[in-house]
Design a protein around this ligand. Structure first.
Ligand code: FPP
Length: 244
């Protein structure tokens, strides 16, 4: 049973397996992403109902540009559809959308839709829904280092005083209006067990739950099961045994 008193504050998800889902059904890959978008809608709703403070999803990585232009443009068309169809519900549910990554490289209409969603929901104080778009964690860390170097050069911080906090503050996650902190739980679907350049710094003490379910089949019930697995783990943070 899910313990409603110990819901993780920040959950991150690697939504993997849309392509394999489509292949298994003998439909085009984009039909898999479409089904994946529907699954994502349901997970956002359940996250809101469970009182999760931050939900971060890996929607498009800095490496995903290597896919066919047809697939890439299809994913961004889906993103536009998603934002348009869900904006009202997000407003009703007090959900705030934020982007992690560099959205400036997105196709113009996708960028516009995303910017609108970010600005329209900016006053919402419920679930903070972070969508990683054109996101790569090494790129995120590189940018943070570059910023620190610039600040040292300009004499704003001493070069021998770099702290972990200074680095964390300059990551995309640290720059949100309300720092989303490190995810307590990272879920990856589809049976793959790797981070794929997602939240490398932030995952230092995260619990990982890998499920075999392909993302389009990942239901709110499966989501709750993953949280239950997390609740049964002991988090020690390198120290003494301690229950979460
Ligand atoms: C991974 O499956 C999924 C993606 C790279 C894209 C995720 C997109 C969505 C969930 C729908 C669109 C929503 C937004 C917000 C853009 P895969 O294609 O890597 O699957 P495979 O490993 O089976 O090929």
């Amino acid at each position: 049973m899910l313990d409603r008193e110990r819901i993780p504050r920040h959950v991150a998800i690697i939504m993997d397996g849309n392509g394999r889902w489509a292949a298994a059904k003998g439909v085009p890959r984009i039909a898999g992403h479409n089904a994946g978008m529907k699954a994502m809608k349901e997970i956002v709703k359940r996250a809101h109902q469970l009182g999760i403070a931050h939900l971060t999803v890996y929607a498009f990585s800095t490496e995903n540009w290597k896919r066919s232009s047809e697939e890439v443009s299809g994913i961004f068309r889906l993103l536009i559809t998603y934002v348009k169809s869900e904006l009202k519900e997000m407003m009703d549910n007090n959900v705030r959308i934020r982007i992690l990554g560099d959205p400036s490289a997105l196709p113009g209409d996708a960028l516009k839709a995303v910017e609108k969603a970010v600005s329209r929901t900016a006053g919402n104080t419920g679930l903070q829904f972070n969508i990683a778009l054109n996101y790569g964690s090494r790129d995120e860390i590189r940018r943070a280092v570059q910023e620190l170097v610039n600040e040292v050069r300009e004499g704003r911080i001493p070069g021998d005083a770099i702290s972990e906090e200074m680095i964390a503050d300059r990551l995309f996650t640290g720059k949100l209006h309300e720092d989303c902190g490190d995810p307590e739980l990272i879920i990856r679907t589809s049976g793959e067990q790797r981070l794929s350049n997602f939240l490398l710094w932030q995952a230092a003490y995260s619990e990982f739950v890998f499920v075999d379910t392909l993302w389009p089949d990942f239901t709110p019930r499966r989501f709750e099961e993953a949280i239950e697995i997390y609740q049964n783990r002991n988090r020690r943070f390198g120290g003494r045994k301690e229950s979460i």
